[in-house]
Ligand binder design. Structure first.
Ligand code: ASP
Length: 329
């Protein structure tokens, strides 16, 4: 880690949006992680309500299915006192032929303060952010980025192992279609962890080593000595044609079971962003093993991370509006 990366996270996060992890500095990421930590106790308390976002409107705009991410953002915003509207594709005008930009302009006219957007196309959330006056959080765009997932994963690891720097993290499965993998690679390498990708050749992006990772097609070799085993779902909804011979065959070579896990460190932690395909990428008993699996903690950390992101972007937006108001006087 460089000295800049070792700097404490006092510098803050001064962007209007959170569109991805790529391009963020280590202090910016650490700032968000530290603030997220402070929200864990708020969520565990009986009285969870804060008023930092009182009077603000948060719109969850989801063009793709989601259970945990949408719920997590909704809870986070409500616990901070915001008014929350959920718009899913089934209700949206997109089905009636309205374009993404038209939808953005329509919503913008309703003066939201934060838009949380999930979209099946990579880059769509960035495009939308350029057309609105509010803050935008990327809730997952195609196979591009899912920044709050990477933050919650980092937080889960850091709280369990006390650090990220120097850890060996294996990300296994459908790397090609995974925004979770991309955001995690950016975050983990920025904070000094070493990342290995394990996948069949059909699910490994070409030239991915340029991102500073090692690649493996043999799961046992890839897992050797790893501290963290992060499993990914086969994203069949993003596949055109067949990328694996059969799910049975896939499980045999790339599914995490007791036998393959032996290759990792004896106390290696198991992670999965969900939703899980039990018996396809992960053995069901391992997923539920309270000594190894931190999958439930990931879900818990998700709410704290999203509170920290909403809190930060709201502060930035208020500062921006204040400065604009003063400039206009
Ligand atoms: N929930 C994660 C995502 O939205 C992972 C997945 O769907 O497999 O990318």
């Amino acid at each position: 880690m460089t000295s800049a990366q070792r700097a404490t996270a006092t510098g803050g996060y001064h962007h209007r949006h959170l569109l991805g992890i790529e391009g963020l500095t280590a202090p910016e990421i650490l700032f968000l992680l530290d603030l997220s930590d402070s929200y864990v106790d708020v969520n565990r308390a009986t009285d969870k309500k804060r008023d930092l976002l009182f009077g603000r409107t948060v719109i969850n705009l989801f063009f793709e299915n989601s259970t945990r991410t949408r719920t997590s953002f909704e809870l986070a915003a409500k616990r901070l006192g915001a008014d929350v509207i959920n718009m899913s594709i089934a209700w949206s005008s997109i089905k009636k032929g309205e374009t993404l930009i038209d939808t953005a302009m329509t919503l913008n006219a309703m003066h939201p303060d934060v838009l949380v957007v999930r979209h099946p196309d990579s880059g769509a959330v960035q495009l939308l952010s350029e057309k609105v006056n509010c803050a935008v959080i990327n809730g997952g765009d195609g196979s591009h980025e899912h920044p709050t997932q990477a933050l919650l994963d980092a937080m889960t690891i850091r709280r369990r192992l006390g650090r990220l720097e120097g850890l060996q993290v294996a990300i296994c499965g459908d790397i090609t279609h995974s925004r979770v993998a991309r955001s995690n690679i950016h975050l983990l390498t920025t904070l000094g962890a070493r990342v290995r990708l394990i996948a069949p050749p059909t699910l490994m992006p070409s030239k991915v080593e340029r991102m500073g990772v090692e690649t493996f097609h043999d799961m046992r070799k890839g897992l050797e000595g790893c501290d963290i085993v992060m499993m990914l779902r086969l994203q069949t909804e993003r596949m055109q044609g067949s990328y694996v011979p059969s799910t049975r065959e896939y499980y045999r070579f790339f599914g995490l079971d007791q036998d393959k896990l032996q290759a990792a460190k004896p106390n290696a932690l198991i992670m999965h962003p969900g939703p899980m395909n039990r018996g396809v990428e992960i053995d069901s008993d391992l997923a539920d093993d309270i000594n190894r699996s931190v999958i439930r903690e990931q879900v818990e950390m998700g709410v704290a991370v999203r509170m920290a992101c909403l809190d930060t972007l709201n502060r930035n937006l208020m500062a921006e509006r204040l400065a604009e108001g003063q400039a206009a006087q």
